[in-house]
Design a protein around this ligand. Structure first.
Ligand code: ADP
Ligand code: MG
Ligand code: ZN
Length: 539
C-alpha cells in the first residue's frame, strides 16, 4: 500500500498549465512569484524540500497549492500559532479549498467530526500544532490517513540557534521515523546558514530540494538612529503623524512598554491599540482584528505580534528598542511592505537597551545558550554601529554576496524619511500625496506617497470607504477577519478597475472562482449603486 502511494507521488508531475490554472481559479493570481513554481513542483513530485524565503515572499501558497491539487490526499501543516492557523483555514475555505484545524481548544465532538472527515480524506490540508503532533495517539491516527506531505511552517522554531526557538518543535524530529515514506517540507523566513543546517538535520530531510530566495527587500528603507528617551518619543509622534492613515506597527520590548506607549499616543490624539502575549486570547484577537480591518491604524506590540501575520499594506515598522538579533529585526521589520510598495523600517534605539540586553544575557544559566545569545548581541550591535549599507549588511548576514555596495534606501546610503530630517519640508504634503504609484511597482518612492491607490480622486476615496464598509459587514456575517474576505490590494484594484460584470471581477487580483461565487453579485451591485449615485450628482 505504502509502496503504491509512493509511486503515485513520483508519477505526479503536474503540468505548468495545470499549476497556473489552479493559481487563477483558487487564488485569482496571474503569475507565480520567484521560486514558487519550482517549490510547488517539488512538493507535488513528492520530494523533501527546504524553503528559505523572506516574510511576504508567499510561502503559504507553496504548500497550499500542491495540497489542493493532490486529490484524495491530505497535507499536514504544522504551525506555531493557533490564530494563524485559524486565519489560513478561513482563507482556504473562502477559496474553495477544503481545510481544517485540529486543536485541543475545540469541543470533543467537533474534534471527532474533523478526525472522521480526515480519515475519509475530506481535507486537502489539515493544520496541527506541534504539541498535537507529538502525541502518540495523534501519530497512530495519522498513520491511517492518506497523507500527501508534511509542511512545517516557521521551521526555524526548531533550532536553538534561531531567535524563536520553541521546545515543542524539537519533537518534530521523530516525524521521519514515524512516516518514513512521506515527504517533508520546511518553510522559514529567517535562517542563517547555521539554522538552515539545523532544520535539515533535525527534520532528517533526505536529498532535499533547497530553495533559498534573496533576502534583499528593495522596497524597504532601513533607518537606524540612536537617541535618548525624549527624542525617541518626539520622533515617534512625528513619524506617526506623517504616516497618518497608513498602517504602522510599533515594536516595543516589554508588556509594560506596550501599555505605556499606547496611552502616550492616545494622549497625543493618535489612536493606537496594543498587542502582547499576556493579553487574554479574546482581547488579543479583538485587537488584532481591529487592526486587520483598518479600524485602528497603529498597532503597538511585543514580538508576540506578527508571526506570520498576513497584512500586506503596512507602510512603516518602528522599533523602539534594540532587537535581540539581526534575524529578529529583519523578520519584524519585514512585516512592512509585503505588498511590494515602499515601506520604512525604523530602529530608534537607546544606549540603555544594550545595557538591558547584556544584563539579561548575563542571567542565562545554560552556557551554550549564553554563548549563542552573546553572538546574536554582537551581531546586532555591529549592525547598528556599522557605517556599511544596511541592506548589504543584512544580505551578508544571511550568507548572500551582493554585487552592489550601496542601496539608496537606507540611512547609511543617505536616504531618510522627511520626519526624521531636520530640513524644512520642500513641498507641501498634499502635492507629495498626489503622486500615487501603481500597485505592484516595487521601486522606491516616498512611503508617504504610496498607500491608498484609488484614493487620488475624491470619488475614488469615497468608493474605497464604501467597499471597506461592505467588507466589514461581510466579514462580520461570516465570522472571519476582514482581510480574509479581501485584501487591501484587491480593494484598491476594485476601486481602479470598477468591474461591471462577474467575468470582469474574475480578472481582479485576488478574486478566484469561489470568491466571485461568494461575493461577486454583492460587489457588482455595490459598484453599480456607486456609479448611479455619481451620475445623479453630476446631473
Ligand atoms: P510568507 O508566509 O512568505 O510571509 P504569505 O504566504 O503570507 O508570505 O504571502 C504574503 C502575501 O503575498 C499574501 O498576501 C499572499 O496572498 C501574496 N501572494 C503570494 N503569492 C502570490 C502571487 N503569486 N501573486 C500575488 N500575490 C501573492
Ligand atoms: Mg508565512
Ligand atoms: Zn544602503
Amino acid at each position: 500500500m505504502d509502496e503504491l502511494r509512493w509511486q503515485s507521488y513520483t508519477a505526479c508531475m503536474i503540468s505548468e498549465s495545470a499549476l497556473l490554472g489552479a493559481l487563477r481559479r483558487y487564488w485569482g493570481f496571474n503569475s507565480f512569484r520567484p521560486l514558487q513554481k519550482s517549490i510547488v513542483q517539488s512538493l507535488a513530485g513528492g520530494r523533501d524540500t527546504c524553503v528559505v524565503m523572506p516574510t511576504g515572499g508567499g510561502k503559504s501558497l507553496c504548500y497550499q497549492l500542491p495540497a489542493a491539487l493532490l486529490e484524495r490526499q491530505t497535507a499536514i501543516v504544522i504551525s506555531p500559532l493557533i490564530a494563524l492557523m485559524q486565519d489560513q483555514v478561513a482563507q482556504l475555505g473562502q477559496m474553495g479549498i477544503s481545510a481544517a484545524l485540529l486543536n485541543s481548544s475545540l469541543q470533543a465532538n467537533e474534534q471527532s467530526r474533523i478526525m472522521r472527515g480526515a480519515s475519509e480524506g475530506a481535507y486537502r490540508l489539515l493544520y496541527l500544532s506541534p504539541e498535537r503532533l507529538a502525541r502518540a495517539d495523534t501519530v497512530a491516527w495519522l498513520k491511517s490517513i492518506p497523507i500527501s506531505f508534511f509542511a512545517i511552517d516557521e521551521a526555524h522554531c526548531i533550532s536553538e540557534w534561531g531567535h524563536e526557538f520553541r521546545p515543542e518543535y524539537r519533537q518534530l524530529s521523530s516525524l521521519r521515523a514515524h512516516f518514513p515514506d512521506r515527504p517533508i517540507a520546511a518553510f522559514t523566513a529567517s535562517a542563517t546558514q547555521r539554522v538552515r543546517h539545523d532544520i535539515v538535520e533535525q527534520l532528517r530531510l533526505r536529498n532535499a530540494h533547497k530553495c533559498i530566495a534573496s533576502f534583499h527587500r528593495p522596497n524597504l528603507r532601513y533607518v537606524v538612529k540612536q537617541c535618548d528617551a525624549r527624542t525617541q518619543s518626539s520622533l515617534l509622534q512625528k513619524a506617526l503623524r506623517s504616516y497618518a492613515d497608513r498602517n504602522v506597527i510599533v515594536y516595543v520590548p516589554t508588556i509594560a512598554r506596550v501599555e505605556e506607549t499606547v496611552s502616550f499616543l492616545e494622549e497625543q490624539g493618535i489612536s493606537a491599540i496594543g498587542y502582547h502575549g499576556k493579553m487574554g486570547a479574546d482581547a488579543r484577537r479583538r485587537n488584532q482584528e481591529r487592526w486587520m480591518s483598518d479600524e485602528v491604524r497603529v498597532l503597538v506590540g511585543t514580538l508576540a505580534f506578527g508571526l506570520g501575520i498576513n497584512k500586506a499594506a503596512v507602510r512603516a515598522v518602528i522599533h523602539l528598542a534594540l532587537p535581540k538579533s539581526i534575524e529578529q529585526f529583519y523578520q519584524e521589520a519585514g512585516r512592512g511592505g509585503r505588498d511590494g510598495l515602499p515601506a520604512d523600517c525604523v530602529l530608534l534605539w537607546q544606549k540603555r537597551d544594550a545595557a538591558l540586553l547584556s544584563y539579561f544575557i548575563g542571567q542565562i544559566a545554560d552556557a551554550a545558550e549564553k554563548k549563542r545569545a552573546w553572538q546574536r548581541y554582537d551581531e546586532i550591535r555591529g549592525f547598528v554601529d556599522s557605517k556599511m549599507c544596511r541592506h548589504l549588511q543584512i544580505c551578508t548576514h544571511f550568507g548572500e554576496n551582493p554585487k552592489w555596495k550601496s542601496c539608496g534606501a537606507c540611512d547609511v546610503c543617505g536616504s531618510e524619511p522627511d520626519w526624521l530630517s531636520l530640513r524644512p519640508k520642500a513641498e507641501p504634503a498634499a502635492a507629495r500625496r498626489a503622486a500615487v504609484p501603481s500597485v505592484g511597482q516595487s521601486a522606491r518612492g516616498t512611503p508617504q506617497s504610496a498607500g491608498k491607490a484609488g484614493g487620488t480622486s475624491a470619488d475614488g476615496a469615497e468608493l474605497r470607504e464604501i467597499l471597506r464598509e461592505w467588507r466589514r459587514v461581510a466579514a462580520k456575517q461570516q465570522g472571519v477577519p476582514a482581510f480574509v474576505v479581501m485584501h487591501d490590494t484587491s480593494l484598491d484594484e476594485l476601486c481602479r478597475a470598477r468591474p461591471a460584470s462577474l467575468s470582469a471581477l474574475l480578472r481582479v487580483h485576488g478574486f478566484g472562482e469561489r470568491k466571485v461565487e461568494l461575493y461577486g453579485e454583492q460587489i457588482i451591485a455595490e459598484l453599480a449603486r456607486f456609479r448611479e449615485m455619481a451620475n445623479t450628482r453630476r446631473r
